[in-house]
Design a protein around this ligand. Structure first.
Ligand SMILES: [Zn+2]
Length: 228
């Protein structure tokens, strides 16, 4: 991809982006992806990220409550405290230049699989929406720590989603919408995989079969250019 074609990075003062983060978090809560106050949402900005604050119910967050965290891990003075899980968000942005938004959930079925440290294998072709032939599970570390950030970056690799052991799931994307939609795909796949395992041993797709799907997904949903 031509990196120079990317639009300039947005700023910490971008009220529209703050609003998008809030609406994504609220959609996450109302759709059942985040039980209680769990989960968080962030978006990349120039020299850092914007992330949901800790301890404020999603329904009450205002644009000024969204927290800017710089690449060096410092937050600007006079702000709310960022989500306690800001470290793995920042670590992902630093490791992955292609990621612009991150959605983290404790959604029911993904978390259940994460609690048995289960990687989701190629039991269904849609596993490829996460960018590979499996969705791996990052090893456990205490929430909010640098150790967890390292585990998450390693488990994610160059894919777009992973589970976190005894914790939940992460989905990343080029936009908040894509990261949110992928979080739902991961939750749906987790439910399907758990159900399939209850019925028996799922027949896994081969590496060749998954490579064919991954190849097709590169152009999936993209309209051919219209000749005028
Ligand atoms: Zn969490």
């Amino acid at each position: 991809m031509n990196k120079s074609a990317k639009p300039p990075r947005r700023s910490a003062a971008d009220t529209a982006l703050r609003g998008e983060i809030i609406s994504t978090a609220q959609r996450m809560a109302s759709s059942g992806l985040t039980p209680g106050k769990s989960g968080n949402v962030s978006a990349r900005i120039d020299n850092g990220m914007l992330i949901t604050p800790t301890g404020i119910p999603y329904g009450e967050i205002k644009p000024a409550d969204i927290v800017a965290v710089r690449n060096d891990g410092t937050a600007m003075a006079g702000q709310r405290a960022p989500s306690s899980e800001w470290r793995f968000h920042l670590a992902i942005y630093k490791a992955r230049d292609d990621v612009e938004a991150i959605v983290h959930t404790h959604s029911l079925n993904a978390t259940a699989l994460a609690c048995i440290h289960r990687t989701i294998p190629a039991f269904h072709y849609m596993v490829a929406v996460a960018g590979g032939d499996r969705i791996t599970c990052a090893p456990y570390a205490t929430y909010g720590t640098e150790a967890l950030a390292k585990n998450v970056v390693r488990a994610l690799g160059d894919r777009r989603a992973c589970l976190i052991a005894n914790h939940g799931a992460i989905a990343v994307g080029e936009t908040l919408r894509k990261a949110y939609d992928l979080a739902w795909e991961v939750e749906t796949l987790s439910a399907q995989y758990a159900r399939a395992r209850q019925l028996g041993r799922p027949r896994l797709l081969s590496a060749r079969e998954m490579n064919q799907v991954l190849e097709k997904f590169k152009t999936y949903g993209k309209q051919p250019p219209v000749k005028l």
